[in-house]
Design a binder for this molecule. Structure first.
Ligand code: FES
Ligand SMILES: [Fe+2]
Length: 390
């Protein structure tokens, strides 16, 4: 791709030049002022209750399309404590089904794989990949029951921009255009549906879910928390370009080699080759793009203001076709997962403790932490919390 073509892209020359200028000058995008945030934002049960309500009404990206690429592929995952069965039916259409049997509630599916049918382990009711009830033993016991009325409950869902989105409340409205706004076209530039899904791991951590997300919205901590790993070694500390896309945002964290463009502008000006391009897809998903792939970091509250669940997946920009390539991607994932688990999420529980035990009034978020400020302002606004009355 040439520089001229890239100027058409929001990930092209103009974005890279902003990051290069910051890297050369030792500057960063800044918010107009510091932001004070009351500790209650992170520790109140009342705030958590509002968040849980909000999260059940807001479209969430519950699986990347690349995780269920083929007809019959499925994956089961818990989101906010709800078991979802995400499928691709015989026509190639994705579905998000509540994974609760219509007989007496057991889970018809577990794990992931490829199957045309899901048989509930309790009494063997049988569902197809669209959730229709297609068979049950001892039918004479259920005379008068219409099987068509007893399929798995489907949640409002839609597959777009390389993800399967859903709202966790049956019958709720799902308006993805309204939810994503200009971010939809931005995501399309990556063509995530063509990526190769590798793997994911889940864990819980003793930190507020918003506080955990904030760790992926600033480069201020990079030299201290990631000083010994590739994130610290490859990036320009405390430097970022920040662009809101409505409630969502994009951050660019310049990589050290970006400065080579100052001497030799014939190199690649594609932002993905010169910076970590990180999106916050409101409310709970981080997409951290590197030149070779993308980390998917989903963070949600886990029943307590200072407890969260984390799912950390990875997809390759070019799907592996050989064992050797796959092993290479696995090594990359092990590296980035170690940074998240052993660096960010080793630090973050101490923030949870500070929030629980602290007797100060407020946190203070710097002008340099412009992405963190954006997250807090957006979520406080959606939750109806007045930060200025902190
Ligand atoms: S609970 Fe599923 S078949 Fe009985
Ligand atoms: Fe970090």
């Amino acid at each position: 791709m040439t520089v001229t073509e890239l100027t058409e892209s929001s990930l092209g020359e103009a974005l890279t030049r902003r990051a290069l200028d910051h890297a050369l000058a030792g500057t960063t995008d800044m918010a107009p002022e510091t932001l004070l945030v009351p500790l209650s934002y992170y520790r109140d049960d009342e705030v958590l209750a509002r968040e849980e309500d909000l999260l059940r009404r807001t479209p969430l990206a519950v699986a990347p399309s690349a995780q269920i690429p083929e007809v019959g592929d499925y994956v089961v995952r818990a989101v906010m404590g709800t078991s979802l069965l995400i499928t691709r039916d015989a026509n190639g259409t994705a579905h998000v089904l509540l994974n609760y049997c219509r007989h007496r509630g057991a889970r018809p599916a577990e794990g992931c794989g490829n199957s045309r049918r899901f048989t509930c382990p309790y009494h063997a009711w049988n569902y197809d990949s669209g959730g229709q009830l297609v068979g049950l033993p001892g039918q004479e016991g259920f005379e008068g029951m219409d099987p068509a009325e007893h399929g798995l409950v489907e949640l409002p869902n839609e597959e777009r921009h390389g993800f399967v989105w859903c709202v966790l409340t049956a019958g709720a409205e799902l308006d993805l255009d309204a939810h994503l706004g200009t971010l939809g076209a931005e995501l399309d530039q990556f063509d995530y549906a063509s990526f190769g899904y590798l793997t994911e791991r889940e864990f819980e951590s003793g930190v507020n879910w918003k506080g955990a997300l904030e760790a992926f919205a600033e480069a201020y901590h990079f030299p201290y928390v990631h000083g010994e790993s590739l994130i610290g070694l490859n990036t320009v500390a405390n430097t970022s370009v920040h662009d809101p896309f409505g409630r969502h945002h994009r951050l660019g964290f310049p990589l050290n080699w970006i400065t080579a463009l100052a001497d030799d502008p014939t190199g690649s000006w594609d932002a993905r080759d010169n910076m970590g391009v990180i999106y916050w897809v409101y409310p709970n998903l981080i997409l951290a793009n590197s030149p070779v792939g993308v980390e998917l970091i989903e963070i949600l509250p886990a029943g307590d203001p200072t407890r969260c669940s984390v799912r950390h997946g990875w997809m390759a920009r070019v799907p592996a076709t050989t064992d050797e390539e796959r092993a290479g991607y696995e090594a990359i994932y092990e590296g980035v997962h170690a940074a998240v688990r052993d660096e960010d999420f080793t630090m973050l529980p101490s923030c949870g403790e500070g929030v629980r035990q602290g007797q100060h009034d407020h946190m203070v978020i710097g002008r340099n932490e412009i992405g963190v400020q954006h997250m807090i302002r957006v979520l406080a606004g959606e939750l109806g919390l007045d930060l200025d009355r902190a």
